[in-house]
Design a protein around this ligand. Structure first.
Ligand SMILES: *Cc1c(COP(=O)(O)O)cnc(C)c1O
Ligand SMILES: [Zn+2]
Length: 390
């Protein structure tokens, strides 16, 4: 059985729908003797169901994970080391977010909830809406009031309730967790324990492979949920004696919005919000990351670092991924390659290092379907709205 615990103060908690009383995010702890490699026949993340807080669902959510990991020599010179790619773009909705969403909807439906939700207008919105549809749950997707409706076409395809929320959108992360608990909706926000549990299977899959024992894993970071999950997965494997040493976690942000990189550079213990500027890496532009401090801790504890890279370097890396690997990823994912190149050039990566880059999201979304018509509510009225609607 798994226990909810805070990485920062070690307190145990009961509900996976809230944060620790100290303010930091929780995650599910498992008993390390429970960790064993599943048999090779399972090719999705549910092969690791014994290490997850819920059993496998049916339908599309049961097929998430088991993505490919491959060596790509044609990037070595550009990146400055031996490059491996973990291709999360082949998940059902094209990003690693499906892992957390699948675990989230499985947990929610096994406990007879009727609604899951999220605060997102990007990959997480799409993923939660699709995974909810796959198990027959309703999805509530809270988007900023000013988001152009054509940006919601992909999420709308899966039939969620889309709601434009006025007022401070950043604050909605916290509000929605509390309101969701109160109104019986499981909010699958960026770094909640159910999402972290799903995404930690990326670390299992990388280390399981056996063909590579990475010196470092590189990922683009925004809320810090993904980075926390990779760290968690590696820690569990190490505690179980299945991994000798945890790879350095190299976390990359866009220069336009790099609160975690700024905290690392300034030697601070905690991450504070920044004023965001424009970046082409729109999926990693969280100016007030809810797991920022946990991600910073992950980088430091593993001997890694957090840096930020400018948009022109992200654009160049995006081009190299297309022309030298055949991959179509979104700018956020290319940020990892740009960051790796920068670290290698400054001598912080050795040319002989084996490095895994997580390709977090696809570049192949084309516009489809009709532009949805989305109602508007003020943040302060959201509880009232939920009373009537849920
Ligand atoms: C969500 C997302 C990220 C960032 O993950 P966090 O858990 O928020 O740090 C990176 N890349 C893509 C494509 C994403 O959708
Ligand atoms: Zn705590």
């Amino acid at each position: 059985m798994s226990t909810l615990r805070c990485y920062a103060c070690d307190r145990e908690a009961q509900s996976p729908l809230v944060r620790c009383v100290c303010g930091e995010p929780l995650w599910f702890d498992i008993e390390s003797r429970a960790v064993n490699w599943p048999d090779a026949s399972s090719s999705d993340l549910w092969g690791y169901a014994d290490l997850l807080p819920t059993a496998a669902p049916r339908g599309l959510a049961a097929t998430v994970g088991g993505t490919s990991l491959f060596r790509t020599e044609r990037l070595d010179e550009y990146a400055g080391c031996h490059v491996w790619l973990k291709d999360e773009t082949i998940n059902p909705t094209g990003s690693f977010k499906d892992r957390g969403s699948a675990v989230g909807v499985a947990w929610a439906s096994s406990r007879s909830y009727g609604t899951v939700g999220t605060v997102s207008h990007g990959n997480m919105a799409i993923s939660v809406a699709a995974m909810a549809a796959s198990v027959g749950l309703d999805a509530l997707v809270l988007v900023p009031a000013d988001v152009p409706e054509e940006r919601l076409v992909h999420a709308a395809h899966y039939g969620p309730t889309l709601l434009r929320v006025e007022g401070n959108y950043g604050q909605l992360y916290t509000d929605s967790l509390a309101l969701g608990e109160e109104h019986g909706a499981v909010m699958l926000n960026s770094d909640v324990p159910l999402r972290t549990a799903g995404a930690k299977t990326i670390a299992y899959e990388i280390c399981r492979h056996g063909r590579v024992s990475p010196d470092a894993i590189v990922l683009p970071v925004s809320s810090g949920g993904h980075a926390s999950a990779i760290w968690k997965g590696c820690r569990e494997l190490q505690a179980a004696g299945l991994l000798d040493r945890i790879p350095r976690l190299l976390l990359i942000q866009a220069a336009g919005c790099g609160p975690i990189a700024a905290a690392d550079r300034d030697g601070r213990e905690t991450v504070s919000p920044v004023e965001p500027a424009e970046t082409i890496a729109y999926s990693i532009a969280n100016a007030d990351p809810p797991s920022g401090t946990r991600a910073l801790t992950a980088a430091r504890e593993t001997g890694g670092t957090v840096i930020s890279v400018p948009d022109d370097e992200i654009r160049e890396a995006l081009d190299r991924l297309g022309t030298r690997t055949g991959m179509s990823v979104e700018p956020a994912s290319a940020t990892a390659l740009a960051g790796l190149r920068s670290l290698a050039r400054s001598g912080r990566i050795d040319p002989e290092d084996e490095v895994v880059l997580v390709m977090t999201g696809t570049g192949m979304r084309d516009a489809a379907g009709a532009t949805p018509d989305v109602p508007v509510v003020h943040r302060s009225e959201l509880g009232k709205w939920m009373d009537e609607a849920l």
